[in-house]
Design a binder for this molecule. Structure first.
Ligand code: NAP
Length: 336
């Protein structure tokens, strides 16, 4: 028997056709009833029992499992796909609503896992989300919860023979979990209040098709040698904010852009099915060249943060320093 939320989006024709006629399902949800879903499952040859139950409440879950055992027998598979959204910026998050988002996933997982401790469980499957890996605008609670679900696979390991997995799913259109549309995050340069003294944020416009959000330190004195700070994945120019005043104090003009595809830099195609060619390394090097040529004439060294930035930084230097020895170039690329 399988335990899963009463979610209707999953029980479309495709899933019903694939249903094992012997399948007996316990469907859980907070809704009053799930008659239509139960009927569709029966019509497809399976059987289902809907029990109104909040997965955050361990007593309700225990009780629902007992009803299911009495009706169908022991529980062999659990699919934990319960989830809600309460998208808000962190500053506007309501603690109770954020806790409900988190607990539906995480407390729900523990409650389902514990309630099945006497059953001959074979599979415990949790629905996670990309948001748990990459984060998502206005979804700090949801992202944290999904991240924890991913980590739980290695923590819920006290029952040998049970296959435990979390699938980090991408968003799918027309589902109940479609995030609320949020306005573009790129709302201009970062406020001075979140930056250290001596670091400024501005938008450098029209650079290789981009309006690049850039942090700078040591910009007041003209003709300083520049240090270009390229962030890695998944970071931002902001990652360099604490290094920048020290570089300025050492006599450099420190420049840290939000690279193409990141942060407050705009002008790139954010469409899900958009053209990825502009994100090729050489074009990102072009972004860096454009920024530096627009800002300063001289580059003394480049500091890099991680994989993507390392490659971009290295190619940048290959072009800038063609006539210099490779050992000198490597020394520069190693500088952090
Ligand atoms: N849709 C997407 O784009 C997407 C992307 C990545 C991951 N996911 C994950 O996939 C899962 C299913 O998403 P979906 O789009 O099918 O959403 P959905 O249609 O809204 O289904 C969520 C289900 O969870 C149930 N539920 C919510 N809170 C509950 C609670 N406290 N106790 C018991 N049941 C509860 C809801 O039933 P009631 O309202 O009756 O309680 C509903 O049936 C979620 O875990 C979501 O995080 C979805």
């Amino acid at each position: 028997m399988l335990i899963t939320p009463n979610t209707c989006t999953k029980w479309d024709r495709k899933y019903l056709n694939a249903l094992n006629p012997a399948a007996r399902l316990l469907l859980l949800g907070r809704s009053e009833s799930a008659d239509a879903t139960v009927e569709s499952i029966r019509a497809a040859g399976g059987d289902a029992l809907y029990v109104r139950c909040d997965v955050r409440d361990c007593a309700e879950v225990e009780c629902a499992f007992e009803q299911a055992r009495n009706t169908f027998g022991p529980i062999t598979h659990v699919v934990h796909a319960a989830g809600i959204l309460a998208d808000e910026s962190i500053a506007s998050k309501d603690l109770d609503r954020a806790a409900a988002v988190f607990d539906t996933k995480v407390a729900g997982a523990f409650n389902l896992w514990n309630a099945a401790h006497r059953d001959p469980l074979q599979t415990f499957l949790m629905y996670g989300s990309w948001a748990g890996r990459f984060g998502n605008a206005h979804q700090s609670d949801y992202s944290a919860a999904n991240h924890v679900l991913g980590r739980l696979t290695s923590r819920l390991d006290d029952r040998p023979g049970v296959r435990i997995a979390t699938i980090d799913l991408p968003p799918w259109e027309g589902s109940g979990m479609d995030p609320l549309p949020v306005g573009p995050l790129a709302v201009g340069p970062l406020a001075a209040s979140v930056l250290p003294a001596g670091v400024r944020a501005r938008i450098a416009r029209g650079i290789n098709g981009l309006d690049i959000h850039v942090l700078e330190a040591g910009y007041e004195t003209p003709d300083r040698p520049a240090v270009l700070l390229l962030h890695g994945f998944p970071e931002l120019a902001y990652s360099w904010r604490k290094v920048m005043p020290a570089l300025a104090a050492a006599g450099y003009h420190a420049i840290a852009p939000d690279q193409r595809g990141y942060g407050r830099t705009t002008g790139w195609d954010a469409d899900y099915d958009g053209d990825l060619n502009p994100f090729r390394l050489l074009n990102m090097v072009r972004d860096a060249f454009g920024l530096v040529s627009a800002r300063v004439g001289r580059i003394k060294m480049v500091a890099v943060a991680s994989s993507v930035a390392t490659s971009a930084g290295e190619r940048f230097f290959r072009n800038r320093m063609r006539r210099r020895s490779s050992s000198e170039m490597n020394r520069c690329c190693d500088a952090k």
